[in-house]
Design a protein around this ligand. Sequence first.
Ligand code: PAN
Ligand code: ZN
Length: 195
Amino acid sequence: MKNIPFTFDLLPGRWIPTEYDSHLKRTLSSMQGQYQNASAYSALLEQGDRLLYEVYELHRPQIAGELLHGVSVVHPGLVGDEYFMTKGHYHQVRETGEVYYCLQGQGKMVMETEAGEWAVEDFRAGNVLYVLPKWAHRSVNTSLTEDLIFLFIYPGNAGHDYATIEQQGFRKLVLHRAGAPLVVDNPRWHGPQGK
Ligand code: PAN
Ligand code: ZN
């Protein structure tokens, strides 16, 4: 971690920061229970623990005032008819938002709140997506051939709550139907009290 002002480059066509402190790789086995089609999930896992997405982060202190940032790459693929996607999370400190800037590819950001609202917005190269405070968010790559790549920036004190989504899932799923993404209700979604 640097303690003087610094720059790095994001180069079109490569889009991996020229400097980063950590490189996280998430594979299929870390998504147990998140895909609707459990038998498709098991069958794919038997063929190998596929790499679903990668996160390149620049480390900063995890305190209010700092801005944590980096680049994520969600690879293309399907589990049954559900696209490769990130785990998704709420921020531990609910009153913290996040800015996403799509560098390459296409996808959907699936979002919802604990108050019952939901939204699904497009990722397309060059667009900026603002995730409001209190909204859980998951990035879905809806291309079957190209990586979805984006820059993210969020407050240093945000923290991550993965457990809520691991337990209840998202209200909406994005499926590959008739050659295109389709947003449908998640039949297995249940709220905090099983609602
Ligand atoms: C992003 C995400 C990143 C990976 O940096 O953490 O894209 O997704 P998951 O955290 O859901 O695995 C972000 O939203 N940070 O707050
Ligand atoms: Zn986030």
